[in-house]
Design a protein around this ligand. Structure first.
Ligand SMILES: [Zn+2]
Length: 277
């Protein structure tokens, strides 16, 4: 079965995918393209500029869309390292049960449990059902989310790490989410995702992204891969065998507090503590 690499591609570790893409693309470039690409003045281009894609297209022997279609086909058999952000007491649940999708009824039960057991929230009880109804979660229902770049999650979407469920946070409201940060540890679950489990549309978007960033890397040789907001949506449970590792970031930016620095009070979860024994 054709594939790019038997190892997972890790977006922010360029050594895991840039040389592979270079080997694959080089025979498809026009004669002398590599030298010409080094001489292009890209100083005014943005890092995520579409100019990068156009530049690559101008140096290919065939149509850019044909090359991209070939890459999309290869990606179907490729594994990519992805990340799931959460706040949990025990990351072990992911290693035992895999990654579950959002279930409204489970979230409702958690909110009810939280409100009933916390004196600061009990006043919400009489109108809790109404409050929950104000926040339909149809977009998330039976889906779970993984991101390509954990750096971007820590910088721009850490509310999943700080508060856990976005929906529960919304139901409680701005002034009443303090109890959510009193339990659990901000956690990033590392997943080796077979792209065959994602949609063709997502593989198409990923192929575009890889080709654009490959060109920027090849031409500019920056020290880091672009910080990237890219989300994979899954519609089925991801079995535990794909959960590879986890870690607990200590500092992150809280998007609900205009990016203020949040420091995690804990460095380990139950699973870390048990693994240490
Ligand atoms: Zn842990």
């Amino acid at each position: 079965m054709p594939h790019l690499s038997s190892e997972p591609l890790v977006w922010h570790h360029p050594a895991t995918w840039i040389p592979i893409l270079t080997n694959w693309l080089s025979p498809q470039l026009r004669v002398g393209a590599e030298g010409r690409l080094q001489l292009i003045d890209t100083e005014k281009w943005y890092d995520d500029d579409s100019e990068w894609t156009q530049l690559l297209a101008s140096e290919l022997q065939t149509e850019f869309d044909d090359v991209k279609e070939d890459l999309i086909d290869l990606l179907e058999h490729q594994i990519v390292r992805c990340y799931h952000g959460c706040r949990t007491e025990d990351a072990g649940t992911y290693f035992r049960e895999g990654l579950h999708f959002h279930r409204r009824e489970k979230l409702e039960a958690r909110v009810r449990n939280l409100v009933e057991s916390d004196a600061r929230l009990q006043w919400m009880l009489p109108k809790l059902a109404e409050r929950m109804a104000e926040f339909p979660s149809t977009v998330d229902e039976h889906r779970c989310f993984l991101v390509l770049d954990d750096r971007d999650m820590i910088d721009n979407a850490a509310h999943y790490l700080i508060y856990g469920s976005e929906w529960i946070c919304s139901v409680l409201g701005y002034g009443f989410r303090a109890p959510l940060v009193e339990k659990g540890v901000p956690t990033i679950i590392e997943v080796d995702l077979p792209l065959s489990r994602t949609s063709p549309g997502l593989r198409r978007q990923l192929a575009s992204l890889l080709l654009r960033e490959w060109t920027r890397q090849f031409v500019r040789k920056p020290t880091e891969v672009l910080l990237q907001d890219f989300t994979f949506v899954l519609h089925e449970v991801l079995p535990a065998k794909f959960i590879m590792d986890h870690y607990h970031p200590l500092k992150m930016k809280d998007p609900l507090e205009r990016g203020a620095l949040y420091r995690s009070p804990r460095e380990t979860c139950l699973y870390c503590d048990e693994s240490d024994v």
